[in-house]
Design a protein around this ligand. Sequence first.
Ligand SMILES: Nc1ncnc2c1ncn2[C@@H]1O[C@H](COP(=O)(O)OP(=O)(O)OP(=O)(O)O)[C@@H](O)[C@H]1O
Ligand SMILES: [Mg+2]
Length: 256
Amino acid sequence: MSAELQMEQVKVRYGGFTALNHVTLHVPARTTLGLVGESGSGKSTLARAVAGLLVPDEGRMSLGGRPLEKRRSREQRKQIQMIFQNPDASLNPRHSVRRILSEALRFHNMTRGRVQTEQRCLELLERVRLSADSLDKYPHEFSGGQRQRIAIARALSVEPELLIADEPTSALDVSVQRSVLELFREIREELNLTVLFISHDLGVIHAVSDTVAVMRQGELLELAPKEAFFAQPQTNYGRELLAAVPKMPTASGLVR
Ligand SMILES: Nc1ncnc2c1ncn2[C@@H]1O[C@H](COP(=O)(O)OP(=O)(O)OP(=O)(O)O)[C@@H](O)[C@H]1O
Ligand SMILES: [Mg+2]
């Protein structure tokens, strides 16, 4: 399942400060938008507005043609799932993986009964390449990369239409980043999800995106197909960003 995300003239202010300034953005269904920009440019603010974690001051948003209002229905909260930079902040350390995954399933009535829930938990673990014996373990028994896989499994458990990932690999070692990025590519292809993927790392953006969006100071400066952006950014700022990428192999394999 997958749906188009539309944002029209969305504005977010924190007190007197404008963090998002009339952003208009369309993410077609089943594509990954890579959102890049310097620290403080408003990437997380955009993500939080779409996820319903904050309410924009102006503008309209919709998913699959249905408006995303101030108050989201339970169905809409299910449709949009978010993955954060630090899995430790989003996984309860006192809950086993079985409990973490099955609570999300039960909350949204995704499964009936213990056997079906267990079955679905095992499928989810397989999807994120964790072994079945992970079910009875606790978050501290995993590496950072594995914990991020648990967070991804939980996000996928409710069969979302839009997945928002805010710097999901930034806290991980480069070697681990690569395998988590590979997982994102698989997810996009196999589950046909629409993905909003945020990173300040252009190598990471190159690895996962279909389309690249560049933000600066709360504005959307540039929006282009990945190949077009990496061949020739249309703005000076886009060119600066690209020029700053080290000419070295990165986690994503981008060599310049
Ligand atoms: N709750 C808040 N109250 C006031 N200002 C905020 C709040 N959250 C963010 N800001 C400010 O809004 C701007 C955009 O922040 P945001 O977190 O969206 O940036 P970002 O692009 O995600 O940056 P980073 O790459 O560092 O994560 C920044 O100047 C930030 O200081
Ligand atoms: Mg951020």
